[in-house]
Design a protein. Structure first.
Lengths: 525, 754
């Protein structure tokens, strides 16, 4: 029986606690009285994944069973989440592969031969053939790539369709193939509460023209939090768009949830509570830490990027988007939700090596900021872990390093935009359109493996709520120049960071440390 | 002269009233000071100046500019700008000319003050004679030709006395050197040196050295450099000849030697004129007039004072208790005018030594203490380093200083050899830069030690009896403004309160004000994007860290099977040493031999491989700063051009950034396979510059307003072809050239990408 998450009060007996910091981790002493939020232990997975899939497809919620939706001569599109999910990538076979294979079997049985698979990568970078193969599996890849297994291209005007506007005048412009299919099957991996629902199709298959209505500083600052779709303006907008989409195309949503087995067994100590570490765990920690620290940068990155999570599937739901998503959220909450009593003056996050946008790549400073202030900060329902005007302390080295292959517009954003202003509103007004329509970025997005020119803006907008809410952001161990460019401060040690934060929160602040990953979602009352 | 009390003379202004004075060397320190004093204090004296037009400015424009200099400020304050600007054509007559090409002179000259001359201590021997001796003679010829019979005041130097020791009186120099023979020999030496520099062996040597350094920049660059080396060689030989000839005859250097020869020649040529020879010692900044601390350019002691203040002069080869004979410029001016006002009878040359050592000696140690006290009190600030701590001198003697200097020079040479062979990086460039700085310092020390050693070790005691008498003969009303009794100089006040602060003020202004930043690239937006401005980029090493061998492997390996792949890599590795040697010699030949390996490759297949495999590698390595620069140029309305020795398929990933791509075109046979030859010659070295100029002529590009970016010395001709060259992560030799030309140096690959 897995234990629920809980909040530890640091006392004399508390050992140093594990903190992630980019491509490393460390043990850190926390001040007495600090609270530590531990996620629930991993839930057991479903005993038979194929059985669970079958069950979901044959007994969908508010929908006909999948086989009865399929007929010969129809046009079927299967869209699926791209490599930004799950993190770390899942040990093979990927859950998407298993579901797609089931769907394709039914389609074949029904004599459907117009089938296209689309990765719902929106403005994310295209995936390489190998990356696509890792998600859909060898068999599907061989049968459909390259003509019928594609990355979505949000700049291919000929393959977009404008479906109309929402009651709030938001354009709904998405993949023409998806919108004009007789059935759109969406295969999702719902790692955190933010994923899934109408976000899958209405965002994953949309163009800039559509995305700009919710991916902007105004909406994002009002999304409190991204992990609570009923209180997130971003999600409300996506839901409105989804309903427009639903009027045009029959969407069969398949959502899956994973447990908290985010790390391979040799890194088991990452998911255990420190005072329960066995001798083996301690030895593994020491060994891993030493080994990682002496590895040259490239090898270290390779080691981390090659990590695959032994995730287990905790459930599969299929059918109509909204009721399916309610079930999904219930399962996500069961795995991640922790009750936390009230806010604190300081919140501490240890940022790991990976975020949704640096799979097989470099976590540049903008992505690090987005991971800390966009994602970790938003891992709450109710109210933020830190009070208004409080301080956020982030552990990450924030190296001044970019992939020019994957993040070309990020480099320029960092040099040309953040050097002018770090205010999301100002940035949006002054620079967004120029980056969004830049022909070179568009060229790279379409033909190479580059995130769209506007993507770094979105990353910065994700931080808008946190930037608006907190009074101070301090990076422990962060590259000073890079951190300063983002208008933040850097401290050499955690103790120094607390010292620096005392300007904002006084000398005896209340402190909460979110012990994550694996994911925990704080329900702050 | 002590036998009779001096006769009081009329006031100088009265004595010279109504006179027309010819002044030479007004653009020099003494000449400028004289002109200022005449204009300021001798209202009824008019001036004729001989000035050489220079740098597009006419003689008159140069004089106009001269009158705006700080020395003339008090005149402007007193008389107003309009009056000063109106002097030219009224009190000042400007004649174009120089020495020895003296123009036709007016026939009513009353006084000639000749203070033009070679100011360098170690000119090539023939230049020394041409300016100091032939110049003076030509002036006298022109004076004579004009019909004037003026009082001729010849400004010489106290150091014409040469390397003697002890008392030096004021009178005709005591030597028997035949100035004509020496002057003729100097001219012959020039011919001989020119001839010697053109022997086949010598020329081959210049060429070899030039090739070693610039071989990769192409033949023309090598030729240019070889010719530069030849000229430098000739100059050095003549400089050496001057110094050695001077020393064998008993003078310290070519300057004092030719000055001494000139005195003798002038004494002969002006035997029938009133002739005054004025011999100042080391002239330094003004004590009072035109204002305390006025100095133009740097004279003799200033570089040393500054070097000391910067902490760069660890010790000095002088004898601490020997005299350094310094005289403020206003004392020299006053003495000159006083002497000018009292012409001697023709045939009885008057000699005046204007010095301080006779009656108010300043020792090296005292000078050092005063300067040291000044810098201890008012240290120079060094950027980011705070106040400089000045060294304490032990006066170890010349030999020990010489030894230290030699060790420094040897260490530098070794380090320099090392650094030029290190792989290029920001750090090696910094090392090279600091080595260069050190080299400049060492060269400075070497030069000054060599030059000053004779002066610093000199045990000369000039006597100034005549000059003192001249001072004492001044009209009582003139003593305050025209006095020049060196006994009244208070050295503490002059050195620590006037001279050293004046010398350091420019330096302080530099470090105290706006920080000097390194040269930065700015992109000018071309008016309405007329397409006349271009920005041309090199690819390998500039846009991305790559080279033709590596990119060859990117292209060839994907289509080969496992075994063939290994074979290919081994073959390439085996060819590498040979290729590297070829590359040092001739980049074109190197490219050809690498491209031979494309023989048999399917061209269409190469294109596909680029799209499928190589694009990621190229874009992943492409410097973000490079893309930004290219895009900035586009945004500014410039045409962007890629010029590379790489083969065309490799440029595909970056081609959308450019309006024109010029790359090596592989020749393709009828079967669609590469022949291993190139369809067009590779654009490297000079051919890039030639291509640019050709296209510029065709398309109407404005190269002088255009930009070029490259990383290697082999790109020099291309960089030189445009007005705005930028060195990107340059190799050591290019980075040195770039610094010399003040080209911006940019680091495009500092931020590592993965």
């Amino acid at each position: 029986m897995s234990r629920p998450g809980f909040v530890l009060d640091v006392d004399e007996r508390t050992p140093p606690l594990l903190v992630h910091s980019g491509e490393s981790f460390r043990l850190e002493e926390f001040p007495l009285g600090a609270r530590v939020v531990y996620p629930p232990e991993s839930l057991p997975g479903v005993p038979d994944v194929d059985e669970a899939i079958e069950q979901a497809l044959l007994n969908p919620i508010d929908s006909e069973p999948l086989p009865s939706l399929l007929r010969a001569g129809m046009r079927l599109t299967i869209a699926f989440d791209d490599l930004s999910l799950p993190l770390p990538p899942m040990r093979k076979p990927d859950i998407r592969q298993r579901i797609i294979e089931h769907v394709l079997e039914y389609a074949a049985a029904a004599g459907v031969d117009d089938v296209q698979l689309i990765a719902a990568n929106a403005l994310h970078r295209r995936m390489t053939p190998d990356e696509l193969k890792a998600i859909v599996g060898e068999r599907v890849f061989r049968s459909f790539f390259p003509d019928n297994l594609v990355n979505f291209d949000a700049e291919d005007r000929a393959n977009l369709v404008h479906l109309g506007v929402t009651d709030k005048d938001e354009d709904v412009e998405i993949s023409k193939r998806a919108a004009e299919s007789d059935l759109l099957v969406y295969v999702n991996v719902n790692l955190v509460a933010m994923d899934g629902g109408w976000k899958s199709t209405a965002i994953g298959l949309a163009s800039y023209n559509s995305l700009r209505h919710h991916h902007n500083s105004q909406t994002m600052v009002q999304s409190r939090s991204f992990m609570d779709h009923k209180h997130s303006q971003l999600h409300s907008s996506a839901w409105r768009m989804g309903r427009v989409l639903g009027e045009h195309v029959n969407v069969f949503q398949i959502e899956t949830t994973l447990n908290n087995d985010a790390f391979p067994s040799q890194y088991g100590f990452l998911t255990k509570r420190e005072w329960e570490w066995s001798l083996r765990d301690q030895a593994l920690f020491l060994g891993a830490k030493r080994g990682i620290d002496i590895l040259p940068g490239k090898q270290r990155r390779k080691l981390f990027q090659s990590m695959e999570a032994p995730y287990q599937v905790t459930g599969v739901s299929a059918g109509a988007v909204e009721p399916v998503h309610d079930q999904t959220l219930a399962r996500v909450h069961r795995q991640q939700l922790v009750e936390v009593d009230g806010q604190s003056d300081v919140v501490v996050f240890g940022l790991p090596y990976l975020c949704p946008y640096n799979v097989n790549s470099v976590m540049n400073p903008i992505l690090a900021a987005c991971l800390g202030l966009g994602y970790f900060f938003n891992m709450y329902v109710g109210q933020p872990l830190v009070r208004k005007g409080g301080a956020v302390i982030l552990h990450h080295p924030v190296p001044w390093e970019f992939s020019t292959l994957h993040h070309p517009s990020y480099v320029d954003f960092f040099e040309e935009v953040l050097s002018v202003s770090t205010d999301p509103k100002v940035i949006e007004q002054k620079f967004e359109e120029q980056y969004a329509t830049d022909p070179w970025y568009v060229h790279l997005y379409r033909t190479s493996y580059a995130y769209h020119g506007v993507h770094p803006f979105y990353m910065w907008y994700w931080c808008a709520h946190a930037l608006d809410h907190v009074g101070d952001v301090i990076w422990v161990g962060g590259d000073r120049r890079a951190v300063a460019r983002m208008g933040m401060r850097s401290a050499s040690t955690f103790a120094d960071a607390l010292e620096m934060a005392s300007d904002t929160v006084g000398r005896a602040p209340s402190i909460t440390y979110m012990h994550s990953p694996p994911h925990a979602l704080a329900h702050v009352k | 002269m002590t036998d009779s009390s001096p006769v009081t003379q009329p006031r100088i202004a009265d004595a010279l009233a109504g006179q027309k004075v010819l002044l030479t060397g007004v653009t020099g320190f003494v000449g400028e000071a004289l002109l200022e004093r005449i204009l300021h204090d001798l209202p009824d004296t008019s001036v004729v100046v001989v000035v050489r037009p220079r740098g597009g400015a006419t003689a008159e424009q140069r004089v106009q500019h001269l009158l705006t200099k700080p020395a003339f400020q008090r005149l402007r304050t007193r008389d107003g700008d309009a009056a000063v600007d109106g002097l030219i054509g009224t009190r000042i007559t400007v004649l174009e000319g120089d020495l020895p090409h003296v123009p036709e002179l007016p026939g009513d000259l009353d006084l000639v003050v000749h203070c033009a001359g070679e100011v360098s201590f170690d000119p090539p021997i023939d230049d020394g004679f041409a300016t100091n001796l032939h110049g003076s003679l030509a002036l006298l010829d022109a004076v004579r030709a004009s019909g004037s019979r003026p009082h001729y005041v010849h400004v010489s130097t106290a150091y014409v006395a040469g390397r003697r020791e002890g008392h030096v009186g004021e009178g005709r120099l005591d030597h028997r050197v035949d100035w004509r023979a020496e002057a003729n020999a100097a001219e012959r030496l020039r011919t001989q040196a020119e001839d010697a520099s053109r022997t086949p062996d010598q020329l081959a040597e210049f060429l070899r050295e030039a090739e070693r350094e610039h071989g990769r920049s192409g033949n023309l660059a090598v030729a240019d450099d070889a010719e530069r080396r030849r000229r430098e060689w000739v100059t050095k030989r003549l400089v050496d000849a001057g110094r050695e000839r001077a020393r064998t005859l008993g003078w310290t250097d070519c300057y004092t030697f030719t000055k001494a020869m000139a005195e003798r020649a002038v004494e002969e040529a002006a035997a029938d004129l009133a002739l005054t020879v004025l011999r100042p010692s080391i002239i330094e900044s003004a004590l009072e007039q035109p204002y305390a601390g006025w100095i133009e350019g740097f004279k003799m002691a200033e570089p040393l004072i500054l070097a000391y203040g910067r902490g760069e002069l660890p010790d000095f080869p002088g004898v601490p208790d020997s005299t350094i004979d310094i005289i403020p410029i206003d004392y020299v001016v006053n003495a000159t005018l006083a002497a000018a006002a009292q012409p001697p009878p023709p045939g009885e040359t008057a000699y005046f030594t204007v010095c301080s050592g006779a009656r108010n000696p300043l020792t090296f140690r005292r000078l050092y203490e005063l300067v040291r006290a000044y810098f201890t009190e008012n240290p120079l600030e060094q950027r980011d380093r705070g106040a400089v701590r000045v060294p304490q001198w032990d006066w170890p003697g010349a030999d020990r200083v010489e030894q230290l200097l030699r060790i420094g020079e040897r260490a530098h040479k070794t380090a320099d050899r090392l650094v030029t062979h290190l792989p290029r990086s920001g750090r090696t460039r910094d090392w090279a830069q600091s080595l260069d700085r050190q080299k400049r310092r060492l060269e400075f020390l070497r030069r000054y030690f060599d030059l000053y050693r004779p002066y610093a070790e000199a045990e000369l005691h000039f006597s100034d009896t005549h000059t003192l008498a001249l001072h004492q003969s001044l009209h009582p009303d003139d003593v305050a403004t025209f006095g020049f009794d060196s006994a009244d100089i208070d050295w503490t006040h002059y050195i620590a309160g006037v001279h050293t602060p004046a010398v350091t003020s420019t330096l302080r202004a530099l470090t105290g004000g706006a920080r000097r930043t390194s040269t930065k690239r700015t992109i000018e937006t071309s008016a309405n994007g007329n397409g006349r401005t271009i920005a041309v980029f090199d690819m390998d090493g500039t846009l991305l860290p790559s080279n033709v061998v590596e990119s060859y492997l990117w292209l060839r390996l994907p289509e080969l099977s496992g075994g063939a792949r290994t074979r290919e890599v081994v073959d390439v590795a085996r060819a590498l040493p040979r290729w590297l040697l070829t590359e040092r010699r001739d980049r074109g030949a190197f490219l050809r031999s690498v491209y031979r390996r494309y023989e048999g490759a399917d061209y269409e297949q190469l294109m596909r491989i680029v799209d499928e495999h190589v694009t990621d590698i190229v874009l992943g390595r492409l410097s973000a700063a490079a893309t930004r620069a290219i895009r900035e140029h586009r945004a500014a309305g410039h045409l962007t051009v890629l010029v590379t020795g790489a083969v065309t398929p490799l440029t595909r990933p970056v081609a959308p950034l450019f309006d024109e791509v010029v790359a090596a075109e592989l020749a393709v046979g009828n079967d669609g396979r590469c022949t291993g030859f190139l369809a067009t010659p590779p654009l490297v070295g000079e051919s890039r510059a030639a291509w640019l100029r050709h296209r510029a002529a065709q398309e109407g590009w404005d190269l002088s307003g255009s930009y070029a970016y490259a990383d290697s010395a082999s790109d020099l001709p291309m960089l030189r072809a445009v007005g705005n060259a930028v060195a990107v992560d340059p190799d050591i030799s290019l980075s040195r050239i770039a610094r010399r030309h003040r080209w911006p140096i940019e680091d495009w690959h500092a931020v590592v990408s993965a």
